[in-house]
Design a binder for this molecule. Structure first.
Ligand SMILES: C[S@@+](CC[C@H](N)C(=O)[O-])C[C@H]1O[C@@H](n2cnc3c(N)ncnc32)[C@H](O)[C@@H]1O
Length: 334
């Protein structure tokens, strides 16, 4: 459909000719107050119209009130005096589109069709090199790639939004799911109503790791990031304690890095206040990527030295068991 709506002044809100013509074609009718129309800059203002209705233009002003280009200047029904209808046509400004695209854990087979078609229609792609490389084969020739430095998430979000505000179709990439510890929030915190936004969901690390381990997330569970770069440790600690008391299965994202080596130990100690040492734990590194490692251990035996930033740690609850070598949290059926 190429017609967005029919626009006129509020005084014409009940005008049957307009309402019938629009309804017959399925076009919505939008009305604007006279004082708003009077402020719109138009090419063909009329003193006569101003004297009659309080604004120098109705048709052109209503067409241009939201911005855009005037395609057809006002024209009246020829031969009728006074004219029975005046019409102008404007093309609305092109709205940019920001697609927040989840690229999954790393295997193309876990990149959803919606992500593929969104990438194929993007004019601009913003993301870390590693994610851009992963989706390069899905981009159309000529797609502009805006490089971005690791760690600079705010700058990356702003780069994508600026490109979308120019009226372009932009894809902003994240690994796993774009809304989970990723670019979704920094982008949406900064995006206004002036651009369209779509979010393409994907397979997050917890779901990918859970699939490799068995069914550890089969009952109530939560995710906690152990990175205290953006969240004070006291807040993280409180959440771990709450998860421990609530008997949630916990997926620990960002569990350990060279600079953050003690947090996982403390998290384990906090959970151990409420869970037995034999509670099953899954440790998955590089899920669905080359070099994938899947280990199962227990809360008592968990060795933090095998955990790094490419790893996710899933700690079972009081009901989680190893069955046939697979980690399973029962749903509670008897
Ligand atoms: C900043 S978070 C990004 C999470 C991502 N948006 C998602 O939904 O999976 C990075 C953390 O996610 C986890 N992670 C992401 N991809 C992973 C994978 N393929 N295998 C294991 N852990 C992964 C690791 O804990 C890593 O430190």
């Amino acid at each position: 459909r190429s017609v967005a709506h029919v626009a006129t002044g509020e005084a014409k809100a009940g005008e049957q000719g307009i309402l019938h013509a629009a309804a017959a074609r399925g076009w919505p009718v939008v009305t604007h107050p006279t004082d708003v129309l009077a402020t719109v800059d138009v090419p063909n203002p009329s003193r006569i119209v101003h004297a009659a209705v309080g604004t120098p233009s109705v048709a052109e002003a209503a067409a241009l009130v939201d911005g855009g280009d005037l395609l057809v200047p006002k024209r009246t029904l020829s031969g009728s005096r006074p004219s029975m209808a005046t019409v102008a046509v404007a093309r609305r400004p092109v709205r940019g589109r920001l697609a927040l695209v989840s690229t999954g854990p790393g295997d193309d087979r876990l990149l959803p069709d919606l992500a593929r078609s969104t990438l194929a229609s993007a004019e601009v792609v913003v993301g870390l090199d590693q994610y851009v490389d992963r989706v390069r084969g899905f981009l159309r020739p000529g797609t502009e790639i805006l490089p971005s430095r690791i760690g600079d998430e705010i700058a990356r979000a702003e780069t994508a939004i600026v490109a979308a505000r120019e009226g372009r179709s932009v894809a902003l990439l994240s690994g796993g799911d774009v809304g989970i510890y990723a670019m979704g929030s920094p982008a949406l915190e900064r995006a206004g109503e002036d651009i369209d936004v779509v979010v393409v969901p994907g397979v997050t690390a917890a779901a990918a790791a859970a699939a490799l381990l068995g069914s550890p997330l089969g009952h109530d569970h939560c995710a906690i990031s152990l990175s205290d770069l953006l969240t004070p440790w006291q807040v993280i600690r409180r959440r771990i304690k709450a998860a421990a008391e609530g008997d949630f299965v916990v997926s620990f994202y960002n569990p350990r890095s060279r600079g953050r080596h003690w947090q996982l130990d403390e998290a384990r100690a906090l959970l151990s206040e409420h869970r037995k040492p034999e509670t099953p734990v899954g440790v998955v590194t590089d899920a669905y990527r080359p070099g994938q490692r899947v280990r199962t251990t227990t809360l008592g035996d968990l060795d933090p030295s095998v955990v790094d930033m490419l790893t996710i740690v899933l700690v079972g609850n009081s009901q989680t068991r190893m069955i046939g070598g697979r980690m399973c949290t029962p749903r509670g059926y008897m």
